[in-house]
Each structure stands twice: as structure tokens, then as C-alpha cells.
Design a protein around this ligand. Structure first.
Ligand code: FO1
Length: 321
């Protein structure tokens, strides 16, 4: 009797929600959920972090940071709105390549982060400090403090994700994707605990191979998610055979996956048991259910804040784990 009461109490205490996020697709749902739930943790991808001009740039961490602080340039999906580019213009004048558009205010974050790293602070503590500076309650957790680099294998050799996508405009033929360093990376203990302690884990609608894939490539995270599979829901970033934004379809094809919500469900079926898909993808529902996943159909495209809130409400009300 006493034992049952204690278990019930523990269940009630497990109110937290954890999200796995990376890239411009994820931040919209992170904002939607965080506007309705106070206690959330966001585990961020680090695979697209990039060194440039001696600065350490963490695009996915910053996109979530700016998104939650209402500073994000939502037109581009990255960077700070109304930022200026004097620093970059000066770099150009000095003969540097300027294909990666770092704004002036954005540069201040990279500069301080780099200095703190050089002084021995780890990425997790720097990120927590940045959250405090931007007055963000959400716990933003880099998936690891070690280096994991997403590299795109092309017919001309392999390139860092930023070089493939931004410098070369995603033109080269993709033959595969590598997560260099993932085998040795230690999962951030705060990320593992967040998954363990949450009542619901949401895999945000990010690119499955370059935003979420690097997170899952870290053994400790994959193991904890597999154990927690019953409370994990994945939100599709695809409608039909196309990604809502970015090159997800191209990468899925290169990885030999079927470019559809079924292909996506198959990829996630060992770490998630619920999936939210677009209503227009209903014809795939039966097949996905055969993977032992519960399917929820709704409008998943988020064009504005109203859509972000609507999808978040749908998940919080309809997904019963
Ligand atoms: N994406 C671009 O397409 N062009 C850019 O010049 C660019 C600059 C940039 C600067 C800072 C930052 O945090 C992100 C930036 N991004 C840019 C976005 C980034 O390449 C990707 O969208 C993410 O890495 C994917 O998650």
C-alpha cells in the first residue's frame, strides 16, 4: 500500500518534458511547447558546430537560444533579427571568405563562447550561462561536451555540413553522412537524466539525419531513449516525399531510406513508439502501425506562432504515453 503510494507520487512528480532538437525546423515546436509548459529540457544537436575565424559557432544551440528569447530572424530561420554585418564586411575587406553570414550581434556570442571554452569552461556550462543572460527558463543541454562533427560524403570527397550546405549550396551529390567523433563522445549526463526523468520525450521535427541523427549517434542517448521508448513521440519533418524545409529528403535518399513518413518511422522505431504525421500522409498510417507505433494525424506545418501553439497543444492533449 505504502509502496504503491510512493510510486504514484513519483509518477506525479515526473512532469517534465524533454525535447530533442536541432536546426530551424525544431525551434518552432520548441517555442510552441515552451509557451505552454514551464519545466522543459531541450537536448541540442552539436554536429553542425563549426570553427571559423577562430570562433566556435554552435548554430543549433543559438537557434534555440534566439528562438526562445524572441530574437530569432524567423525569415531566415537562423541568426538574430535585424542584425547588422559590419564585422563580416571588414573580414571581406581583409581578404577573408565570407560565405557564412555571421551578424555583428551573433558574433559577440561566438566570441565569448570561444573565450570561455579556451579558459576551460565546458559547452554545457557556457550554454547555461547564455540561457541566464537571455533570461530563458528552459534547460538547454548540448547532447555532449565532446566534439561530434557531421560530415557529408560527396562524390568529390567529404565536407563539413556547413561547407556542403552553405558554401557549396548543397549542390554536390550526396553519398552518405558521417558523425565523426560520435563513437568516443560521452553523452551529457544532464541529457540522459532529463530523458529518464521526463514524462514525455518529443523528437522535434528536425532533419532526421543531420539534426537528430547526430544526437542518436551517441550511445548513451540512444540507450536511454530505447529504454524510454514508450514515452517518446517523434514529430515528422516531412509532408509526402518532401521535407517541410531544408535538405532532409536528399539526405534520406543518400542513406538508402524511403523518403516518406514510413521511412522516417522505420528509422525511429527502436527509440519511439508514437509518431505525429501530417493529415495528408494518412495513407501510411496502417503500415506505420505495423511497426508497433501509435500514429497521430494533424496539420504539422508551422507558418506562424498560431501554428506553433496549435501543434504543441495537439501533442500535449492527444499523445498519451
Ligand atoms: N545558413 C545559411 O544557409 N547561410 C548562412 O550564411 C548561415 C550562417 C549562419 C550563421 C550562424 C548560425 O548560427 C547559423 C547560420 N546558418 C546559415 C544556419 C546553419 O547553416 C544551418 O541552418 C544549421 O546548422 C542547420 O541546423
Amino acid at each position: 500500500m505504502v509502496h504503491t503510494i510512493i510510486i504514484d507520487l513519483r509518477r506525479k512528480l515526473k512532469k517534465m518534458i524533454t525535447m530533442l532538437a536541432g536546426g530551424t525546423g525544431s525551434v518552432k515546436l520548441v517555442r510552441g511547447i515552451s509557451s505552454q509548459i514551464r519545466d522543459i529540457s531541450v537536448i541540442s544537436n552539436v554536429g553542425d558546430n563549426y570553427w571559423l575565424y577562430g570562433l566556435y559557432i554552435c548554430p543549433d544551440i543559438d537557434t534555440i537560444l534566439y528562438g526562445l528569447a524572441d530574437l530569432l530572424d524567423t525569415e531566415k530561420g537562423w541568426g538574430i533579427k535585424k542584425d547588422t554585418y559590419n564585422f563580416l564586411r571588414q573580414m571581406e575587406m581583409l581578404g577573408e571568405e565570407t560565405w557564412f553570414k555571421i551578424g555583428d550581434r551573433d558574433a559577440a556570442i561566438h566570441l565569448l563562447r570561444t573565450n570561455m571554452l579556451k579558459n576551460g569552461t565546458n559547452l554545457s556550462d557556457i550554454t547555461t550561462w547564455l540561457c541566464q543572460k537571455f533570461a530563458i527558463d528552459t534547460k538547454l543541454i548540448p547532447v555532449t561536451d565532446n566534439t561530434v562533427e557531421t560530415r557529408i560524403v560527396t562524390s568529390k570527397g567529404d565536407l563539413h555540413l556547413q561547407e556542403f550546405w552553405v558554401k557549396h549550396k548543397g549542390q554536390d551529390n550526396v553519398e552518405g553522412i558521417k558523425y565523426v567523433g560520435a563513437d568516443k563522445a560521452r553523452a551529457n549526463p544532464a541529457a540522459v537524466n532529463a530523458i529518464h526523468d521526463s514524462k514525455l520525450v518529443i523528437i522535434a521535427p528536425g532533419n532526421p539525419l543531420t539534426s537528430i541523427g547526430p544526437i542518436l549517434s551517441i550511445k548513451g542517448i540512444k540507450k536511454e531513449l530505447s529504454k524510454s521508448k514508450k514515452k517518446v513521440v517523434v514529430v515528422s519533418p516531412l509532408i509526402g516525399n518532401n521535407s517541410i524545409s531544408g535538405p532532409a529528403a536528399k539526405y534520406m535518399e543518400a542513406a538508402g531510406m524511403e523518403v516518406s513518413v514510413y521511412g522516417l518511422a522505420k528509422m525511429y522505431s527502436d527509440v519511439a513508439s508514437h509518431i505525429v504525421i501530417d493529415s495528408s500522409d494518412k495513407p501510411h498510417t496502417r503500415k506505420i502501425e505495423n511497426l508497433d507505433m501509435k500514429v497521430y494525424e494533424t496539420k504539422i506545418k508551422m507558418k506562424d506562432k498560431k501554428d506553433e501553439d496549435a501543434l504543441a497543444s495537439f501533442i500535449l492533449k492527444q499523445v498519451h504515453v
